[in-house]
Design a protein around this ligand. Structure first.
Ligand code: SAM
Length: 213
């Protein structure tokens, strides 16, 4: 593998055997599953370690990689970490439940099968961290519920907001317009909201981090 010193550094952050295997089997030329990219996964792991959340909410479970990463990382500081993760696709939800059980993490990760926007609207309580990684065209409409569910001092993380660079600027082909316009609206909403202090990491496909003031 021809990787640079930074990519090599980030890759070396996640050595857990299960997670390495999950990444290998999700690769484009194997199962083609869109799990969190390596640099963003390293950043997510860093944030969990630094912020020490006890209660996390995730949209977009896929097969459970990022939820398992969060729970395994949290095990270094607590026995009572909880991650609620929402997945629309029933096969993904079932496979994630199996993967989570195989790691003995069923008590820590609850997979909710359903549409993220509908589930978030029905939830109450306060989360320390909210990770948006489901359909990018819904981030903007979910923001009011995300803000309601995030505690003050809590951190919102939204993955893939650059959408292969298309969010940045300029005209967008018709077939990508809904997603890109929605992502642009989401970024604008966050940047204009005085309740958030935010930054966008651009190492992979754009990860927006926002703390609720
Ligand atoms: C990028 S993948 C999630 C990857 C996962 N977070 C990880 O890193 O292991 C996006 C997932 O969101 C799911 N999804 C798409 N639209 C959704 C929706 N409206 N509600 C919940 N999940 C959705 C897809 O089925 C897919 O599994």
């Amino acid at each position: 593998m021809n990787e640079g010193i930074i990519e090599g550094f980030n890759r070396a952050q996640i050595t857990d055997e299960t997670l390495v295997k999950m990444r290998e089997s999700s690769a484009r030329d194997v199962d083609n599953l869109p799990i969190i990219r390596e640099n963003s996964a390293a950043l997510y792991r860093f944030l969990i370690t630094a912020l020490k959340p006890l209660c996390a909410l995730e949209t977009g479970t896929c097969r459970g990689y990022s939820a398992i990463l969060a729970a395994k990382t949290a095990a270094s500081y607590t026995d009572s970490f909880k991650c609620y993760t929402v997945e629309l696709d029933s096969v993904n939800a079932q496979e994630a439940i199996k993967n989570i059980a195989a790691e003995g993490l069923t008590e820590h990760i609850k997979v909710i099968h359903g549409d993220a926007a509908e589930v978030l609207a029905s939830l109450s309580g306060q989360f320390d961290i909210i990770f948006l990684d489901s359909s990018k065209s819904h981030y903007s409409e979910m923001l009011p519920d995300v803000k309601r569910l995030l505690r003050r001092g809590g951190v919102l993380i939204a993955d893939d907001i650059a959408y292969y660079g298309k969010t940045e600027a300029g005209e967008v082909p018709h077939k990508h317009r809904t997603i890109v316009n929605s992502l642009r609206a989401f970024i604008r909403q966050i940047s204009e909201d005085e309740d958030f202090t935010a930054v966008i990491d651009t190492m992979d496909d754009g990860m927006l981090l926002a703390v609720k003031n």
